[in-house]
Structures are given as C-alpha cells and as structure tokens.
Design a protein. Structure first.
Ligand code: TYD
Length: 143
C-alpha cells in the first residue's frame, strides 16, 4: 500500500494520512482543497448499504482525480494501471486513497456499516468514464 510521500502529489494512487484533532470530546478530521486534498474540490458523494458480494466502481476516468475515505466500517478498493493491481483495505477515517490518472478501480467487501465518501475534482460527467475494461487496456497501451 503506497503512502503519498508528498502532500500535493497528484498522479497515481497512494494513501494520504490525515491529521486527527483528538480531545476528550472525540475525534475530528478537516480536509481542505490544495492542502490535504491535492486538487480543487468540486463534488462530494458517498455510498452505503452495499451488501457483501457487491462490487461497485468497475471503471476508470479520463481526467478525474478522487480521494476515497471510508468514514465508517470498512471496504476494499482494488486499483490497476493496466499492469499492476493493488488492493487497499480502507478501515480508518484517517486514511484517504488518492486515485488519479488512468486507473481501473473496484470497491468491494463492504462491511454492513460501511460509509464510503468520495471527494472529486470535477462535476459528474458520464463522458469522463471508461466503463469497458478492454477499452481501458487499449487506452493504457496508447498512453
Ligand atoms: P455509479 O457510477 O454506477 O457508481 P459506482 O461507480 O460508485 O458504483 O453511479 C450510480 C448512479 O449514481 C448512476 O446512476 C450515476 C449516479 N451518479 C450521479 O448522479 N452523480 C455522481 O456524482 C455519481 C458518482 C453517480
């Protein structure tokens, strides 16, 4: 599991470890664009209620950058650049998985209480999706 070495690292896939403000009242994490999140934040979405056995994602993006944070529970994310496949186990809200560049991603093994939040660099745009794996591999070959 590659850790992001530099705050502001923009390409590839790596884990960002957020600072936690902890006191007797509990824990708090704040993330800001161009600080903990290395891009301008244009969209936030979250998913929950995904049963075990369900696989979400199964696509790549042409330009979009995203940070995935499992706010509650756990889930796994596999990423592939067409050559190397890596599995990330998101089980701590302190971890943000940065995915940028041409990366095929799948999310699975959601615990019953999992809430997965995604912070994205752009508005929803179906034209930015690559939903066919063969097309993805062809784009990788040509890039
Ligand atoms: P989908 O892309 O299938 O989710 P995932 O890849 O995470 O499994 O999206 C599910 C539905 O939600 C689909 O009808 C598109 C819609 N949607 C939006 O309207 N806006 C968004 O930002 C996202 C991510 C999805």
């Amino acid at each position: 599991m590659k850790k992001c070495m530099v705050i502001g690292e923009i390409m590839g896939t790596c884990l960002i470890s957020f600072d936690v403000h902890e006191d007797s009242r509990g824990s708090l994490i704040a993330v800001e664009q161009f600080k903990e999140i290395p891009f301008e934040i244009k969209r936030v979405y979250y998913m929950w209620g995904t049963d075990k056995g369900i696989v979400r994602g199964k696509h790549a993006h042409k330009d979009l950058q995203q940070v995935l944070i499992c706010l509650n529970g756990s889930c796994k994310v596999s990423t592939s650049d067409g050559k190397t496949k890596t599995e990330y186990n998101l089980k701590n809200p302190k971890d943000g998985l940065l995915i940028s560049g041409l990366v095929w991603r799948e999310m699975y093994d959601f615990s019953q209480d999992a809430v997965l939040m995604v912070i994205a660099s752009d508005h929803y745009n179906e034209d930015d999706y690559i939903r066919d794996y063969e097309t993805f591999l062809e784009l990788v070959r040509n890039s």
